[in-house]
Write a protein that binds this ligand. Structure first.
Ligand code: G4P
Length: 286
C-alpha cells in the first residue's frame, strides 16, 4: 500500500496548527479508539508542546471496552486527560467539558486572584482525516457548526463556536496526517476507513483484514459469519470465498463475487457488525 501525504501539505498543515495554537488555551486531540497510536500523528507532541491537552478516544463505541480502559490509563498524564467518546451518540462529551475545566482550573484561579476578568477557555480540535472531528464539534455544539472543506479564494475570519459558558472551539479543526511510513499503521487506517477506498485495492485490503481477524479475533469472525471452524491451514482467500458463499455473493456461473464480498466485509467491520474490536492495545507496544 503506497499512500502518501505530500510534504508540502504536511508543512502547510503544521504551520497552520502552530499559528492556531497561539490562540487557544487547550488542545483536544481526537484519536480513533480502535487504533489510538496508528491514528496519531507522529509529530503531534512536538507540535502541541506543553499546552494542556484532552485526548478524545473517539468511536469508542466501535472499540473493545477492556482495551478502551487500558488506553485511558496509557494516555492520562499530568497535563493530559484521556476520555472515551462516542460522537454519534454524544457519550463522554460532558466529561470533555469537565476535563477542560479541571485542566484550566489553576490558570483561571491565578487570573481571578489577580482580579482579572476570567475569559472563556478556547480550544482547538486536531486529528487525522475521518477520525470524527466535525461530528465531535457538531455534537458538542449541539448544532451543525463545524465548517466542512475549504472554499478556495475565500479568506475566512477565525470563528469561535460557543459550546458552554466557559468553552469555545475554533470552527476549523486542525487536520493532521497519520503515520503512513509504518506499514501496519497504514493498513489499520485503511481497515478502519481513514483512507478512502477509491485509492485502495479493496480485495487486497479485505484479505489483509481477514488475516488479522482470523488470527486475533477468530471467535468474533466465526460468530458473525457462522463459520464452524477456522483451520490453521486455511488461506484468507479461501475464508473470503466461504464468507461470500454463505452470504450469497454469487455471480453468474456460481462463483463467489470476491469484490462484493470484500466490500461487504470491510463495511461490516467498519460499522462494528463483527463486534467491538480494538486492533491495537497498549500491550502491543510494550
Ligand atoms: P472528520 O471531520 O475528522 O474528517 O470526520 P467526520 O466527523 O466527518 O466523521 C467521519 C465518519 O466517522 C463519519 O461517518 C461519522 O459519522 C463517523 N463517526 C464520527 N464519530 C463517530 C463515533 O464516535 N462513533 C461512530 N461509530 N462513528 C463516528 P460517515 O458519515 O459514514 O462517513 P464515512 O465513514 O462514509 O467517511
Amino acid at each position: 500500500m503506497n499512500i502518501q501525504w505530500y510534504p508540502g501539505h504536511m508543512a502547510k498543515a503544521k504551520r497552520k496548527i502552530t499559528e492556531e495554537l497561539k490562540l487557544v488555551d487547550i488542545v483536544i486531540e481526537l484519536l480513533d479508539a480502535r487504533i489510538p497510536l496508528s491514528s496519531r500523528n507522529p509529530e503531534v507532541d512536538d507540535i502541541v508542546g506543553n499546552k494542556n491537552r484532552i485526548i478524545v478516544l473517539n468511536k469508542s463505541d466501535l472499540a473493545d471496552p477492556s482495551a478502551n480502559k487500558k488506553w485511558l490509563d496509557y494516555f492520562n498524564r499530568a497535563n493530559t486527560r484521556a476520555i472515551l467518546v462516542d460522537s454519534l451518540k454524544g457519550s463522554g462529551l460532558k466529561d470533555v467539558l469537565s476535563a477542560s475545566r479541571q485542566l484550566m482550573k489553576e490558570k483561571l484561579d491565578r487570573l481571578r486572584s489577580k482580579g482579572l476578568l476570567v475569559k472563556t477557555t478556547r480550544a482547538l480540535i486536531i486529528g487525522i482525516p475521518n477520525v470524527g472531528k466535525s461530528t465531535f464539534i457538531n455534537k458538542l455544539a449541539g448544532r451543525s457548526a463545524a465548517r466542512t472543506g475549504d472554499r478556495p479564494g475565500v479568506t475566512k475570519a477565525k470563528q469561535w463556536i460557543k459550546v458552554s459558558p466557559e468553552l469555545e472551539l475554533l470552527d476549523t479543526p486542525g487536520i493532521l496526517w497519520p503515520k503512513f511510513e509504518d506499514k501496519r499503521a497504514g493498513m489499520y487506517l485503511a481497515f478502519t476507513g481513514a483512507i478512502k477506498d477509491e485509492i485502495l485495492d479493496v480485495n487486497e485490503l479485505a484479505l489483509n483484514l481477514l488475516q488479522v481477524l482470523a488470527e486475533k479475533f477468530p471467535e468474533k469472525l466465526k460468530k458473525r459469519y457462522k463459520l464452524e471452524d477456522i483451520p490453521a491451514a486455511v488461506t484468507a482467500d479461501m475464508l473470503l470465498e466461504t464468507i461470500g458463499r454463505k452470504r450469497g455473493c454469487i455471480i453468474v456461473g456460481g462463483e463467489v463475487d470476491m469484490q462484493r464480498t470484500s466490500a461487504m466485509l470491510l463495511d461490516e467491520f467498519r460499522g462494528g457488525k463483527i463486534g467491538a474490536i480494538s486492533l491495537e492495545t497498549p500491550d502491543d507496544f510494550i
